[in-house]
Design a protein around this ligand. Structure first.
Ligand SMILES: NC(=O)C1=CN([C@@H]2O[C@H](COP(=O)(O)OP(=O)(O)OC[C@H]3O[C@@H](n4cnc5c(N)ncnc54)[C@H](OP(=O)(O)O)[C@@H]3O)[C@@H](O)[C@H]2O)C=CC1
Ligand SMILES: N[C@@H](CC=O)C(=O)O
Length: 415
């Protein structure tokens, strides 16, 4: 019998317990051993649960119990999650976590400890909720030189955007719903400001390219400035707005990594990913394009990934399969201002035609965008060519000085 402890009994932790209890028989067969939950750590009391006797409030009971083989961390946040996970590993316990903030920030260090101590440190649920993506990347696609990953990596924001686009629901109402459904982070600003997607693209980039990419190296924009007007203009360009995380390997060996709202073409591979679903496009030199799709958040989908890791861990208590990446370094991720994209711009100017003429001079060919009942002082267009970010900043700053107001600026990506 393998004894485990679950840290945190919120959305994910309670889902993990539920799945382990509900599917106990089949999980035992697949793990070739019985998995027994010895402790559940939480700050709250759960006296009415049939497993109320397992709750503890003192972490040291778990840390110091040599019978606990695997610790499943579902508390979230960096502290005390990092301190607890590290302490458990130093005591020789394997760790499974759903905590992307932990992996994106401390992954290289914790993977090093795992290797030194001959332990598993697994985190399938940290990216894409219930979608298998970590294991396919380091196992099934290991033959490839992966050169690009782009994905809708956050269920909450995709849910909000879908509600705004399909039902004209307000941003706040959609966010409230996502919180009630257990999709959002404890502090939902991490979802809507892009930090959650940033952590996830950091994990994927670190795993695929072998060197830690830290969240502070990644230019990150959220969806808080996206309006229903932008949604309508995007439709006229035959596109749809999605929050994307993207990493590309550049020819000089550096990475371009970014999180931002983007207009993707309706016929592209990510446009139809709606609601809480995530879609992750991986480009490999042998396989070509592969898209992973499924529920990116929520209690049971996430528990599915966590429990899958627990089973894998139990099967490998003796023979580890190491995940690994090195510490990162300054300059590894290219300054986003040196990269280029196509852009959609929405502007307010007293002389709209003058702005369109100036746009053609600055950016070359443009495609005008339209929406019903647009005021006469509003113009919107997409550039046909890619523009370097630093050049765009210069042009927009000059226009603002000349009295043109930038109401919207969104990249266009070909996925
Ligand atoms: N929700 C989702 O769909 C997904 C979440 N994740 C990740 O999984 C992790 C957990 O998320 P989620 O379950 O949604 O979060 P919740 O806030 O629902 O659950 C966290 C639980 O941990 C408890 N907790 C927090 N700190 C401590 C502590 N110091 N000691 C004991 N218990 C503690 C909380 O107790 P209390 O409430 O009393 O503070 C709460 O019960 C996060 O890292 C999240 O990013 C990953 C994929 C999907
Ligand atoms: N808040 C996250 C939860 C899963 O990672 C999301 O909405 O995607």
């Amino acid at each position: 019998m393998v004894q485990i402890a679950v840290l945190g009994h919120g959305t994910v932790g309670s889902g993990v317990v539920e799945v382990l209890r509900k599917n106990h028989g089949s999980i035992t067969k697949k793990a070739h051993d019985e998995i027994h939950i010895k402790y559940i750590l939480d700050l709250r009391e759960f006296p009415d649960l049939p497993y109320a006797d397992k709750f503890v409030k003192d972490f040291s009971a778990i840390e110091n119990d040599p019978e606990v083989d695997i610790v499943v961390e579902c508390m979230g946040g960096l502290h005390p999650a990092y301190d607890f996970v590290k302490a458990c590993m130093l005591k020789g316990k394997h760790v499974v976590t759903s905590n992307k903030e932990l992996v994106a920030t401390k992954g290289a260090e914790l993977l090093k400890i795992a290797r030194e101590k001959n332990l598993s440190f697994l985190f399938e649920a940290s990216v894409g909720g219930g979608i298998p993506i970590i294991r396919p990347l380091y196992q099934c696609l290991a033959a490839n030189e992966v050169y690009e990953i782009a994905g809708i990596l956050n269920g909450t924001t995709n849910f909000i955007l879908t509600k705004m686009i399909r039902e004209q629901m307000s941003f706040q109402d959609a966010l409230d719903m996502a919180q009630k459904l257990g999709y959002a982070e404890r502090d939902p600003s991490a979802d809507v400001q892009g930090d959650d997607s940033c952590r996830k693209i950091c994990i994927l980039a670190s795993l695929v390219f072998g060197k830690h990419v830290y969240p502070e190296q990644v230019h990150t924009e959220g969806i808080t400035n996206i309006t229903l007007e932008d949604v309508e203009y995007a439709e006229s360009l035959d596109g749809v707005i999605k929050l994307l995380g993207r990493v590309k390997k550049l020819e000089d060996g550096h990475l371009s990594v970014m999180v931002c709202p983007a207009i993707v073409g309706r016929s592209g591979q990510l446009a139809s990913v709606e609601d809480v679903f995530n879609g992750i496009l991986v480009r490999g030199d042998a396989v070509g394009d592969v898209v992973f799709y499924g529920r990116g958040a929520g209690k049971l989908p996430t528990a599915s990934a966590v429990v899958g890791d627990v089973i894998d861990c139990v099967k490998r208590l003796e023979y580890k399969k190491y995940l690994y990446w090195e510490d990162g370094e300054k300059g590894y991720v290219k300054d986003y201002r040196e990269t280029s994209s196509r852009f959609y711009l929405r502007l307010k100017a007293s002389d709209a035609q003058k702005v369109l003429d100036a746009a053609k001079v600055a950016f070359g060919e443009i495609q005008e965008a339209h929406r019903a009942n647009a005021p006469s002082d509003e113009v919107a267009f997409a550039t046909a060519e890619e523009i370097q970010e630093s050049k765009l900043e210069q042009v927009l700053s000059q226009w603002e000085q000349d009295g043109t107001q930038v109401l919207g600026c969104i990249r266009l990506f070909d996925y």
